[in-house]
Each structure stands twice: as structure tokens, then as C-alpha cells.
Write a protein that binds this ligand. Structure first.
Ligand code: ZN
Length: 308
């Protein structure tokens, strides 16, 4: 298979935001530097949100400034509203990740707006985006909502229409917020949006591993032509509205899967496993994924057998 994928590391935002004790800014910078060294250059480093709502990410503007010294890093920041988007642009963020949910209940609990109101704010931001800035649109609850259950394909397509025409060069990410999607549902939705809007748009997929289907769902999206995947170091993260929901699919699991299939990720798996081990030990972190433990155990066994 002569192909490659882009992994977008979302641990420093999606993962860290669910960690209770504040992670010192220097520690966050350490992870950004090391993730970049592992080959992960597209990293969601934080959010522009109210500091009261998410104290863990209150240092995002500082981190954005410091991240400029990491040469290959292309930092992204999450923005939930037009106002925060403008704030991020004023701070010279190179790439905005705007988030809105298909389901009204989830969007209201997340950003206290209807999906239509969020969509209008996105269009205002997207149509005025400077040429040298990039945009990612995250469509939350594209498959399933913690309040409303399964989300219909038609609802996603209808919501996407004006958003895509506002800025076709953006990256469009369908998010399995709860982790309750299955490979067939993932396949069906990417097939439907590909047929409606064209496969040459930059599609992306954000998987959660709640039921252990994260990697299988990623592979289903890959087979539909998706080449950009979100993942989180050590599987950090969760969904505050989905009890028992574990984190995002682990970055090291996706590196392992793709590289084993001969699909290049550009990442150093061994180095990533070591770094994920460090992230899993962050106080208050809830880690997930499988490759980290399997590879660590294999190395330990090899070390033991070679020393006898
Ligand atoms: Zn997530």
C-alpha cells in the first residue's frame, strides 16, 4: 500500500482538558516538543474558551506563543464561537478548529446555542478568514448524541451544506463524540458525505475508543478515502456528558495499525510509546489504548531474556 495518512494529535487539548490538576505550562510545552519530535506536527494545543469554563486550558495563548519556537509544529486551537475565533486570530493562531454539534441538545450543553446559531457564527468566521490561515471544522455528535441517541445521515448532510460552501478549502472532520459509532455507520456516513460534497474535500475523522472500536472505525473511514485522523497520546480524554466514555483513540494505536499495514504516518512508534507512558502517569490522567502496554511488555520481556 503506497499511501500515507496525517495524524492530528489532540491530546494537549481534548486529552488534557479532562485532567483535573493543572498541568504546568512547561510540562505542556515539553509534550508539544516531544510529540513534534515523534513526527506529530499537527497538534491541537489548546482552546480559546472562557478561562472560567476550562481552567486547564487557560494558558493556551501563552502556549501558542511558546510553540512558535518548535520549528515543524503546526499548532491548532479549538474555538467554539465567532468571538473566540476572532480572539484566536488576533493572537495569530495559524489554524482554527471550530466546533459545533449536529444534535441540538449537545450543542446547547456545549456552547449554549442552537446548531443553526453556531453554524452562522462559523460561516461568518470562515468567509472572513485571512488567506494565510487554516480552518478545521469539527462536526460533533455526527454519529451519536449522549442525549438524543443515533444521529441521522440526512441531518449531518443538511447541516454541512452551507458550511462547506462557506470555505471549501477547510478540513471537515466528523466526530464520534460518544464512541458509540460502529465501522458500518462510519463507512455509511463518509460514503454519504463523499457522494454529496465530493471526495476531493479534505475529510477527517475523530474517533473515541469507548467500546474498543476506535481503530476499527478509523479503518472504516480510511477505506472510504479519509486520510486525516485525530488521536490522543495514551488515549487521554473523555466526554463529560457520556458516563463511562473513555478517551480518544490512542495515537500510538493508530501509528501501530497504519504502519503495520504499510501506510506511512511519518511517526516514530517506539518513541511515541515511551512518551505515551509518560503522559499516562500525569496526575489525574485517565489513559487508554492497547499498543502502549503491549509494546512496553514486549520490550521488558526481550530485555529479560537477553540478560540471561
Ligand atoms: Zn475527542
Amino acid at each position: 500500500m503506497n499511501t500515507s495518512v496525517t495524524l492530528v494529535e489532540v491530546g494537549p487539548r481534548d486529552g488534557f482538558q479532562s485532567v483535573g490538576p493543572f498541568i504546568p505550562t512547561e510540562k505542556k510545552l515539553h509534550f508539544l516538543t516531544q510529540l513534534d519530535a515523534c513526527g506529530l506536527h499537527d497538534i491541537e494545543i489548546g482552546s480559546f474558551v472562557s478561562q472560567k469554563a476550562l481552567p486547564q486550558l487557560a494558558d493556551t495563548p501563552t502556549l501558542l506563543e511558546l510553540a512558535r519556537d518548535i520549528p515543524r509544529l503546526r499548532p491548532r486551537v479549538l474555538v467554539p464561537t465567532l468571538q473566540q475565533g476572532r480572539r484566536a486570530l488576533a493572537a495569530d493562531a495559524p489554524c482554527l478548529a471550530f466546533v459545533l454539534s449536529v444534535s441540538e441538545a449537545h450543542n446547547r450543553s456545549n456552547v449554549r446555542r442552537t446548531p443553526e446559531a453556531s453554524a452562522s457564527e462559523y460561516v461568518a468566521l470562515a468567509t472572513s478568514l485571512p488567506d494565510d490561515k487554516e480552518m478545521r471544522l469539527n462536526i460533533g455528535t455526527a454519529f451519536d448524541c449522549p442525549f438524543e441517541g443515533r444521529v441521522q445521515v440526512d441531518d449531518v448532510v443538511r447541516l454541512l451544506e452551507p458550511l462547506i460552501s462557506a470555505l471549501p478549502r477547510a478540513e471537515f472532520c466528523l466526530c464520534d463524540t460518544t464512541g458509540r459509532a460502529d465501522p458500518k455507520q462510519v463507512s455509511d456516513l463518509f460514503k454519504a458525505v463523499g457522494e454529496s460534497f465530493g471526495r476531493d474535500l479534505r475529510w477527517a475523522f475523530h474517533a473515541h475508543d469507548t467500546y474498543g472500536l476506535g481503530a476499527a472505525n478509523v479503518y472504516a473511514a480510511f477505506l472510504q478515502g479519509v486520510r486525516v485522523f485525530d488521536a490522543s497520546i495514551a488515549g487521554l480524554g473523555g466526554c463529560p456528558f457520556a458516563p463511562g466514555a473513555t478517551g480518544n483513540v490512542a495515537t500510538e494505536d493508530l501509528i501501530y495499525m497504519f504502519e503495520k499495514m504499510g501506510v506511512s504516518t511519518g511517526c516514530d512508534l517506539d518513541r511515541m510509546v515511551a512518551l505515551a507512558g509518560e503522559a499516562a502517569l500525569l496526575p489525574g490522567a485517565q489513559s487508554g489504548g492497547r499498543a502502549r502496554q503491549a509494546i512496553t511488555a514486549r520490550y521488558a520481556a526481550e530485555l529479560n531474556s537477553s540478560s540471561t
